[in-house]
Design a binder for this molecule. Structure first.
Ligand code: 16G
Ligand code: ZN
Length: 556
């Protein structure tokens, strides 16, 4: 077939280094950019097949997120803007690792197994981050798409969540928004302005935010967005890519892991600051406290802020929607405890404090608790778990997360917001909820959208960053990496909180943990690096450090 001849010819321009084996990991392929040309071409092919199979537009994002600038990577985006389904991750690995002369066989194998009609049209959206290698690598993706006769739209430089958004907009015929970068800015900024416009007396100080763009795509895109925000948010941008290196001593991952401010951000005491990662799908906040002490507000603090805000609005609106927070093993023990215990009390308090008029409109009292779930690391696991609830707030401690609303929940909110017979207080809460839905990028974690949401919540609740931080106090914690001969010998269970192999390891961890107060520790093989990760928390930093160290020795 002519189509396959074209694939043969073009694949010769993107040859695979003999013997090279790569894995579609937690978030796609990720390695030194020099090893990826053939992978990109082949992901162009696979995305085209996925598009034919789903009869929908598929996305391909060229990025290696928070990895060093020399690396690159690629991930596929499914029709609703979610990460590609696991069965196709297997195909991705098979296709990437087929030697040059086996490529057509591997391709035909996918076509056959998925019973794909090659006559079906295909459409693929492609985006890339700011790495020097991203230009030629995204071109290789496009070559792959065209070699199989697929249509492509090259969005060029976009954040990962922007590309996810475009795919979702396209496949929902615009119901989710317009599939353009401008459409994205318009939707989010309108929602933000609607949310904040009635907040009384917002001072310039309250509107000011320092942003560390990690010298990456997020810096570029937040700059483009600024005019749409009409001074309702005043950003001071650092690490904008004009001089520094991508993710080098800056960005969300650096700040979270090192627990210190990024290079180049000039912050004065009490100022709100945030950092994006290299493809702007993660965000963390921080500020400098008294005596210059660094305070981090990570994904757990973000989830707490957002879920308490949503819970409050649901109560005010009298909407009985179930709300859950999905975390991973990395969630700080204090955050889990706060959500499980304190929120229950808090909601009761709120109900008893509410005025009689408000109580009278509550047909049935909202369920009093926020449900807390723990899943394995990786956005796809959290996203999947969050889909089970009316409202699922998911965040990894590293700052990757978003909120999902079920279709039924969105409808209830919309109906109430439009109901002119509803009393003013309920309607106000429903309108705030509606704009909150519009502000959130539900396809995947989005640093820009999350930033706007956090800023809106702080404004609406009249909270300072210190007050937000004081909701609960993090347990001191430490993360370490351990190099081992083969990290795959470690097998985990219970959402990665316990090991089942090698034999004896969990018992060793258990007895070490017993030595410390409020302690917890776990180990897991990384899905993105050839290391084993160790996490420990305890009542003091010294104890957390000591425990992490002792557990890492047990891993050898
Ligand atoms: C990837 C994941 C992130 C996860 C991290 C864990 C996505 C989009 N990204 O970056 O969610 O926290 O991997 O890395 O899923 P690790 O397995 O090396 O600890
Ligand atoms: Zn990222």
């Amino acid at each position: 077939m002519a189509q396959f001849e074209e694939v043969s010819q073009k694949s010769a321009i993107h040859p695979k280094p003999v013997g090279l084996v790569l894995q579609y990991g937690t978030a796609g392929f990720r390695t030194n950019s020099k090893q990826l040309d053939h992978v990109m071409f082949r992901m162009g092919l696979l995305a085209t097949l996925r598009s034919k199979k789903t009869k929908a537009t598929i996305g391909v994002m060229v990025t290696a997120s928070h990895n060093p600038e020399e690396d690159n990577g690629v991930k596929l985006v499914d029709p609703m803007g979610e990460m590609v389904t696991p069965a196709w991750e297997v195909y991705a690995t098979q296709l990437a690792n087929a030697e040059q002369e086996e490529l057509l066989t591997a391709l035909k194998d996918v076509i056959e197994r998925e019973a794909i009609s090659m006559a079906q049209e295909a459409s693929v959206f492609v985006g890339k981050d700011t790495r020097p290698s991203s230009d030629s690598l995204s071109q290789a993706v496009l070559d792959g798409v065209h070699a199989l006769g697929g249509h492509s739209k090259d969005y060029g430089l976009v954040t990962t969540p922007q590309l996810h958004y475009m795919v979702c907009c396209q496949n929902t015929q615009g119901r989710y928004g317009e599939a353009t970068v401008k459409g994205y800015y318009r939707k989010l900024s309108q929602a933000f302005i609607q949310l904040t416009k009635n907040v009384p007396n917002r001072t310039d100080d309250q509107k000011a935010l320092l942003v560390d763009g990690a010298n990456g795509i997020g810096a570029l895109k937040v700059c483009e967005m600024e005019t749409y925000l009409k001074n309702e948010l005043q950003l001071s941008l650092f690490n904008d890519g004009s001089s520094g290196k991508l993710n080098h001593l800056c960005g969300a991952d650096y700040v979270k892991v090192q627990q210190r401010a990024p290079k180049g951000v000039e912050m004065t005491a009490g100022e709100r600051c945030c950092s994006y990662d290299g493809d702007a799908d993660r965000i963390v906040y921080y500020y400098s406290g008294s005596a210059g002490r660094f305070h981090l507000l990570d994904g757990d603090k973000i989830a707490t802020l957002i879920s308490t805000y949503l819970k409050e609005l649901l109560t005010q609106a009298g909407l009985d929607l179930q709300i859950a927070v999905v975390q991973t093993a990395y969630a700080n023990g204090s955050s889990t405890q706060y959500l499980e215990d304190t929120m229950k009390v808090w909601t009761h308090t709120l109900l008893s404090l509410s005025n009689t008029h408000m109580r009278s409109v509550l047909t049935s009292p909202p369920s009093s608790q926020v449900i807390v779930r723990c899943t394995k690391t990786g956005v796809k696991h959290l996203h999947h778990a969050a889909q089970e609830f009316d409202i699922g707030v998911y965040f990894e401690a590293n700052g990757h997360g978003t909120v999902l609303f079920s279709k039924a929940a969105e409808k209830k909110i919309q109906k109430l917001a439009q109901d002119s017979n509803t009393n003013a207080e309920r309607r106000r809460a429903a309108l705030l909820l509606q704009n909150t839905v519009n502000l959130i990028n539900q396809t995947v974690g989005d640093a820009i959208s999350d930033m706007l949401l956090i800023e809106a919540v702080l404004a609406i609740r009249g909270m300072t960053v210190q007050q937000w931080d004081a909701i609960y106090t993090d347990l001191p914690n430490r993360q370490l990496k351990v190099k081992v001969a083969d990290r795959r010998v470690i097998d985990t269970t219970d959402a990665e909180r316990r090991t089942v192999s090698p034999a004896g390891l969990q018992e060793a961890i258990d007895s070490l943990v017993k030595k410390y107060r409020q302690a917890r520790s776990f180990v897991r093989p990384s899905g993105t690096e050839d290391v084993v990760r160790v996490y420990a928390e305890a009542d003091t930093q010294e104890s957390a450090d000591a425990l992490a160290h002792e557990v890492s020795l047990a891993v050898y």
